[in-house]
Design a protein around this ligand. Structure first.
Ligand SMILES: Cc1ncc(COP(=O)(O)O)c(C=O)c1O
Length: 396
């Protein structure tokens, strides 16, 4: 039977495309270190499970479409504590940040409209551009500049009468960049001048290293009508499986539009919202502890990577990803080879070839994205495998 052109044109996700090879490696008895995907090994706080266990409920019914009032209020309190003025009615709970992006794109674009973002960008965005029929337009960010934004003129030169929004993940996936106050205000100013929405993907908001300042688009004044936060508990609370996120905006019409779309899927899971509410009620110390752990991992991976001959990388400022340039021609082939043909003491590793995060992928074939979501002990073993693997691959 025929499948749609839409699905036939959709490439496999760079993050998961090597999964069949990883599965085969595991079936053959190898242990695989998963550095391909941002699924942290940090424990989900017990508060999440306790809240669900202590629930007294006879019928597991549909929750309200925008989310339970308790969760919406807990989210609003969290935002206020981060200097982001939002009320419960400015928020719609979604199935992760992923559904948040889909709903917002459906609400603000028509097929053929353009979404402006930086290159490299989070590879899964592409799925939603494809689903909504929007076209991606990128401006470059480069490792030599730690993936900070280019000059204003470079960004503005990409805006056409079809551009509807600027979408940025900050801190960045896959780059680990954290934008400065000047960069955030520059984007806000460009958006005002060209009448664009700002889709601020801030799912890694809590992961900022070296005590750097973090400016959320939600705390910038004068952009109430165009600022949209895409958010999620997946990374913040190491709760990827809960599938809880949100759209938050002070633009009432936009929130009403997203609510209208959300009625089509009725509600997100009730139990996970109960657990998520307890997470949002945890105190600030939780973020401090988790941040410390990720900074340790960042230091670890940076040192390990820079000690491997021929590998270049930049020091990740936020989130938990590093882009590394490897001394190979085709990182896709190398990553596949690691899974299929290589092992050190019965262990190998899986990374995401970074070309899938670029619009101009041909120019970046030697890069990989590494998610430092495992503890330092595991990272050390994984980087040893990478080091030995590079030597063996290049000696073939
Ligand atoms: C930048 C970014 N945005 C959004 C998401 C979506 O996450 P989820 O749907 O689990 O909330 C991810 C997941 O990796 C991400 O890295």
């Amino acid at each position: 039977m025929k499948l749609s052109n839409r699905i036939n044109e959709l490439p496999y996700s760079a993050i998961r495309k090597l999964t069949p090879y990883a599965n085969a490696a595991k079936a053959a008895g190898k242990k695989v270190y998963h550095l391909n995907i941002g699924a942290p090994d940090v424990e989900t706080p017990q508060e999440f499970f306790d809240a669900i266990n202590n629930l007294d409920m006879d019928v597991l019914g549909y929750a309200p479409t925008p989310g339970t009032q308790g969760l919406l209020e807990a989210m609003a309190d969290y935002y206020k504590s981060k200097n982001i003025p939002l009320e419960a009615e400015d928020i719609i709970v979604t199935a992760g940040g992923s559904e948040a992006l889909l709903f917002v794109l459906l609400a603000i674009t028509d097929p053929g409209d353009e979404v402006l973002t930086c290159e490299p960008y989070y590879a899964n965005y592409f799925t939603y551009f494809n689903e909504t029929g929007t076209n991606i337009v990128t401006f470059p960010t480069v490792v030599e500049n730690d993936f900070h934004l280019p000059e204003r003129e470079v960004i503005e030169s990409k805006i056409t009468d079809k551009t509807r929004c600027i979408l940025l993940s900050n801190p960045g996936n896959p780059t680990g960049a954290v934008y400065t106050k000047e960069e955030v205000y520059m984007i806000a100013d460009i958006a005002k001048k060209h009448d664009l929405y700002i889709l601020a993907d801030e799912v890694y908001r809590e992961f900022i290293f070296d005590g750097a300042d973090y400016i959320s688009f939600g705390s910038v004044e004068g952009i109430d009508d165009r600022m949209v936060i895409l958010d999620s508990i997946s990374k913040r609370y190491s709760a990827c499986g809960a599938r809880i996120g949100c759209v938050a905006s002070r633009n009432k019409d936009l929130i009403a539009a997203v609510a209208k779309l959300a009625t089509g899927r009725l509600a997100v899971p009730t139990l996970e919202m109960v657990g998520a509410e307890a997470l949002y009620r945890m105190d600030e110390q939780y973020f401090k502890d988790v941040n410390e752990e990720y900074q340790k991992r960042r230091d670890c991976i940076y040192e390990l990577l820079t000690n491997i001959e021929g590998v270049t990388t930049s020091k990740t400022a936020g989130a938990f990803y590093s882009i590394a340039d490897l001394p190979v021609e085709d990182a896709d082939d190398f990553c596949k080879w690691l899974l299929e043909e290589f092992e050190v003491d019965g262990e190998t590793l899986m990374m995401a070839p970074a070309a899938g995060f670029y619009e101009h992928s041909e120019d970046y074939k030697s890069q990989v994205r590494i998610a430092f979501v495992l503890n330092c002990e595991s990272l050390k073993k994984a980087m040893h495998i990478l080091d030995e693997g590079l030597k063996a691959y290049n000696a073939r």
